[in-house]
Write a protein that binds this ligand. Sequence first.
Ligand code: NAP
Length: 333
Amino acid sequence: MQKIRWGIIAPGNIAAKFSAALRQVDDAVLYSVASRDVEKAKCFAAQNGFLHTAESYQDLINDDNVDVIYIASPHNCHAEQSLACLRAGKPVLCEKPMTVNSRQATEVIRVADDNNTFYMEAVWSRFLPVYKRIRQWIDNGDIGDIQLIQASFGFNFPFDPKSRLYDPNLAGGALLDVGIYPITFSQWVMQDQYPASISAVGSLGSTGVDERSAVTLQYDEGQIATLTSTVLADTVYDAWIIGSRGKIKVPMFWCAESAELITGSRADMNVVDSAYLPHQPNGYEAEILEVHRCLAQQELQSPELTWGNSLKVMKIMDEVRDQLGLTFPFENQ
Ligand SMILES: NC(=O)c1ccc[n+]([C@@H]2O[C@H](COP(=O)([O-])OP(=O)(O)OC[C@H]3O[C@@H](n4cnc5c(N)ncnc54)[C@H](OP(=O)(O)O)[C@@H]3O)[C@@H](O)[C@H]2O)c1
């Protein structure tokens, strides 16, 4: 396979973890890094094994030697940076959420399409090998008809009004950062059908961003997903898919390495099958391999996570934010 030369925009916390995965993917070349601060880019490049440093984000976008750009900036930057890459015909893997709202997401998709350029949101969970096993159990009818989905994701992030998680100017709050994972999980289980109804309750904190919320999605045949997220507490991390004849437990569902198929009820519950498919090295390799496959096949979007799939999640989050009364300051300008 042809080598793929990666460039990174905004080298921070997640970019370092992503780079660790890149180093383990055979055909990936850690090519160049761009930061708002060129000295920081040099330091990141040296520490993480990149060959070059760009002078600026635009310098990286203009570099003909870069095959694909990974955008790892705060949420509020995703739309603008994705658009700059796509208008230059540069393929993009952009961190979640793809944008702050569905209006921006629609524009990103339009520009990717107009420029015939690959774009994918970095929702790494969907590419983890254990998800394929879960899909097999569902498709085999091992749990019967899906009735309920439960998932929650939250951490106790110390309050800091200037941090990415609490600053409304950086599109902070639990929903866009961690709440996107339970919603994505439910959408993945339900084959990306748009919910028939969406209801949300939650509370906004002193900086105006959502600090905790519960979202209920109901699908066409009545299936219900109850999904929670917060920045105030460490939640339980097992997701459940509950069917008429059994259930599936997915520990640490957003970065899952394992899952259990369970049948029986109450005292009679049995684990009848299980899967353990460990990360190699940290789980981000799965989405990287999918980007490589798409580029090699000249596919503009991944069938595992289409533009439409990402857009539906953005629309659900728009609706949740509407019900919570959450608007970011830059959305009013
Ligand atoms: N997939 C996952 O598992 C996962 C995990 C964590 C986060 N994420 C996502 O990754 C993205 C970045 O998260 P992170 O935790 O890595 O963030 P971070 O470390 O706080 O920031 C990432 C980079 O963004 C740039 N940046 C920081 N503050 C900025 C500001 N105020 N305006 C413009 N740029 C700024 C900086 O790059 P420069 O060097 O260019 O200044 C910084 O190094 C978020 O969208 C988040 O949702 C994904």
